[in-house]
Design a protein around this ligand. Structure first.
Ligand SMILES: C[S@@+](CC[C@H](N)C(=O)[O-])C[C@H]1O[C@@H](n2cnc3c(N)ncnc32)[C@H](O)[C@@H]1O
Length: 237
């Protein structure tokens, strides 16, 4: 029996991997290890999936950006966009700013905001939240989804990457790691169906649900949520 594998890595694949390596190397000590692990969990294939649905231009919010790894990654992938990372953790944000300055990434910035109370005050081209909404109490999260819908420009998009509640073993695994990383937080997981219903109630349509299966035991889900373009206006994302 013969096995033949045709490897055809493109320059694009190589440059995306190089982006990740540069970003990881910009952090000090243990955070570098965290960044390395985070890029294994949300790896290049997932990031390519996520990145392709975001607009190429305009202001894009990274809600709950943490140390800024993926805000910088998206900024490198989309040089004509402005990525704005929001998080309530001042220490993480300072590390994000230091790393962006070290790498000379100019189209990313970071602001301290508590997403439970924060309200957008400008029109934005798009937004995404990677593993953040389950840190936010449902009432605040639901209000935030409505505010996002109101402030995303017609034809814009919101991506919600979170965790499904099934299979239960994977949910428990995720919970243990969440509790380890954020011991002071409460966690509010919702099923894929519950997210779809809430996003729909916030106004987004259509909503596409993707299950991001992996060998690592995380029940990743990605919801791609559109704000319809105004009738008669071309959708140029
Ligand atoms: C699991 S981490 C994900 C970080 C980043 N999105 C990533 O994928 O690496 C969750 C992040 O949400 C942030 N967070 C939790 N509750 C928040 C709140 N109420 N307001 C702003 N950020 C919050 C935490 O500080 C943390 O950085």
């Amino acid at each position: 029996m013969k096995l033949s594998i045709l490897e055809n890595e493109t320059d694009n694949d190589k440059s995306k991997r190089a982006f990740a390596s540069r970003i990881i190397s910009a952090y000090p000590g243990l955070i570098q290890l965290y960044a390395f692990v985070r890029f294994k969990i949300i790896h290049i294939r997932f990031l390519e999936e996520i990145e392709q649905y975001l607009p190429n231009r305009g202001e894009i919010l990274d809600l709950g950006c943490g140390f800024g790894l993926f805000a910088m990654y998206i900024a490198l992938c989309k040089p004509e966009a402005q990525i704005i990372g929001l998080d309530h953790d001042a220490r993480r944000l300072q590390m994000a700013r230091d790393a962006a300055a070290k790498l000379g990434i100019r189209n990313v910035s970071f602001r301290q905001e508590d997403l439970r109370a924060w309200r957008p005050d400008q029109v934005i081209a798009g937004a995404y939240a990677l593993d953040v909404f389950h840190h936010i109490p449902p009432a605040s999260g639901d209000r935030l989804l409505c505010d996002l819908f109101a402030h995303i420009e017609p034809g814009g998009r919101f991506l919600l990457k979170d965790i499904d509640t099934l299979p239960r073993g994977m949910l428990w695994f995720t919970y243990l790691l969440d509790a380890l990383m954020s011991p002071r937080d409460d966690f509010h997981y919702r099923s894929a169906g519950a997210w779809q219903r809430q996003l729909s109630a916030s106004g987004f349509a259509p909503i596409h649900l993707h299950y991001l299966w992996d060998i690592l035991p995380y029940p990743h889900i990605l919801l791609i949520c559109d704000k319809p373009a105004r009738e008669g206006i071309a959708d140029d994302r």
